[in-house]
Design a protein around this ligand. Structure first.
Ligand code: NA7
Length: 541
């Protein structure tokens, strides 16, 4: 780790050492910029440092969940198709070892505040540990899930047991064996914790608000032949990420395609059976594009999912809670998770499902969780799998102030405006990657980190080559970008679910489609257009 000096002058300060921040460091350093990362954790890896709860793993298969840098993938293999948090950490160590990244990272250094000085045309940055820096550019790479959300439930202080948010899990682990465990939340995280806790707990109580439309992961261990096979045409696969909607090496064109028109119901069922067998995100991202816009097609997909899941559940009442007859929201417009034995857990005698719509939580007591029916669910451990202030939370957590004295937090109080999902008007020389109004949460993280990241690097190089000192997005460009997203989202079913995609997972947060929903190819096409017009929408002065 670097020695802390009281002050340093940089061309670029990057905040966050996850995929997007590390990629910025790697590329910008190659171009000769004086750049450093400030990272709050003691290690690199971003979310994979904090999310070490039992069962934490990635829902993207390994080859696509890494950098496309040949020096890295050439001699790296995961040992399972979907890597676990500890293997992903090892991967980051591998990247560090090869690229020497941590030489330019200050760990245990959480950025608390930043101010832009117009006269100097530089950002002054201060950190919680008393460090400070000056940088011409601030590039924020805080990721989409860096600010945990823990709902206000009265009585938590009275609880005699232990409680943990999944993203603040003790690094040395927590033994769930033989404990009475409660899990609040059934998002991607909840699904993973539940399927781990169920088999070992004395009793597991799952508090569910909305059922997850989880799909079979089809996890498998990889032998040497598998590893070799996964590297066949890997360069082409990485190149393809720019041409598929969600930045993977496949999309719906390889499977169902755009429309269900022209297929008989039997043909659709046959297709769906094959996708189900393949598993992973195929029954979601390989599905007809129409599932996002056409309720009728969406319902066919939902019914197929529901019936498949119900076959795995022995208790009809439980089946109705986990895979309801009537969909709670359209299929695929809220983050779908991958599961390994999630549904079987609910067949176990030691597992209770509490439907929070029927019996909401009244309060937490000394013994556990009191629900409206007067029942106390006695617990030793309460797990908050309640997610994050997604996409914007990591950015607005910092006290970032523009020359007019406006904080980023107040600028975005009524919703986010951000041109190209990379800049917001009034905050000069501040860029963000894998944040709001970019493909981010609707795409594969490493893909967005690289593809959007390349555009940010190109922009910074463009400025240096021309001696340009200051950039900001115009207010009109910000608004037009948001309108483009809002208009597109209005024509889809995304607004029919409460979800972090629509920023409605946090009470009081302004509802809006928070990611770029038109797909990676269109997003990159917008960058090409903007560049061809001399970075139209950005103002240099
Ligand atoms: P998510 O996907 O936001 O899930 C949070 C879960 O917690 C979800 O089931 C919520 O129910 C539930 N929740 C949140 N607040 C409450 C309250 N107050 N009461 C009851 N239940 C609540 O977060 P994850 O950590 O699972 O995943 C986040 C992303 O990280 C994931 O999509 C991946 O991209 C990685 P709801 O569905 O809102 O009814």
């Amino acid at each position: 780790m670097n020695e802390i000096t009281p002050h340093e002058n940089l061309d670029i300060l990057v905040v966050g050492a996850g995929f997007s921040g590390l990629y910025q460091l790697y590329r910008l350093r190659q171009l000769g910029f004086k750049v450093k990362i400030y990272e709050s954790a003691p290690e690199l890896g971003g979310v994979w440092y904090w999310n070490c709860y039992p069962g934490a793993r990635c829902d993207t298969y390994g080859p696509m969940y890494q950098f496309s840098i040949e020096e890295l993938w050439r001699d790296w293999d995961f040992d399972e198709l979907y890597p676990s948090w500890d293997k992903i950490r090892e991967y980051f160590q591998h990247a560090d070892h090869k690229l020497g990244l941590s030489a330019d990272i200050r760990f245990n250094t959480r950025v608390s505040a930043a101010r832009f000085d117009e006269t100097q045309c530089r950002w002054s940055i201060s950190t919680e540990n008393g460090h400070s820096a000056s940088a011409q550019f601030l590039v924020l790479c805080t990721g989409i899930g860096s600010k945990p959300h823990r709902p206000e439930i009265p009585g938590l202080d009275d609880f005699a047991g232990r409680s943990f948010h999944t993203a603040q899990w003790p690094q040395k682990g927590v033994d769930l064996g033989g404990q009475r465990i409660g899990v609040l939340g059934t998002g991607a995280t909840g699904v993973q914790v539940i399927q781990e806790a169920g088999p070992v707990a004395a009793h597991l109580t799952v508090f569910q608000r909305t059922p997850n439309m989880a799909l079979p992961m089809r996890q498998r261990r990889l032998d040497e032949a598998d590893k070799r096979a996964l590297k066949v045409n890997i360069k082409e696969k990485y190149a393809r990420r720019a041409h598929t909607r969600a930045g993977y090496d496949f999309d719906s064109r390889d499977y169902a395609g755009e429309s269900a028109a022209g297929y008989t119901p039997q043909e659709i069922q046959q297709m769906y059976e094959a996708y189900w067998e393949e598993g992973g995100f195929i029954p979601w991202l390989g599905n007809f594009d129409e599932i996002y816009t056409d309720e009728r097609v969406n319902r066919i997909a939902y019914d197929f999912w529901r019936d498949k899941v119900r076959q795995r559940l022995t208790n009809p009442a439980m089946a109705e809670k986990l895979a309801p007859t009537i969909p709670p929201h359209p299929y695929g417009v809220k983050r779908i998770s991958l599961e390994q034995r999630y549904y079987e857990v609910f067949n176990q005698a030691n597992v209770t499902l509490v439907d929070l719509h029927e019996t909401p939580i009244e309060r937490i007591t000394r013994e556990g969780v009191l629900t409206r029916d007067g029942r106390v669910h006695e617990l030793d451990i309460l797990v908050f799998a309640t997610g994050f202030d997604m996409v914007t939370g990591g950015l607005t957590a910092m006290d970032i102030q523009n020359p007019a004295g406006m904080t980023l937090r107040s600028q975005w109080r009524e919703g986010v405006n951000a041109f190209m999902g990379s800049m917001t008007h009034g905050f000069p020389n501040m860029l963000f990657v894998y944040g709001p109004l970019a493909p981010s949460g609707l795409s594969n993280g490493p893909s967005c980190s690289e593809l959007q990241g390349d555009e940010i690097v190109a922009l910074l190089k463009h400025m240096r080559d021309r001696g340009l000192q200051r950039i900001e997005s115009s207010a009109q460009a910000d608004e037009a970008w948001r309108k483009r997203i809002d208009d597109f989202a209005a024509g889809t079913l995304f607004g029919r679910a409460e979800s972090w995609y629509m920023a409605t997972n946090i009470p009081g947060k302004a509802a809006q489609m928070i990611n770029y929903p038109i797909g990676m190819p269109d997003y990159l096409e917008q960058w090409r257009r903007v560049k061809a017009e001399g970075y139209d929408g950005f103002v240099f002065n």
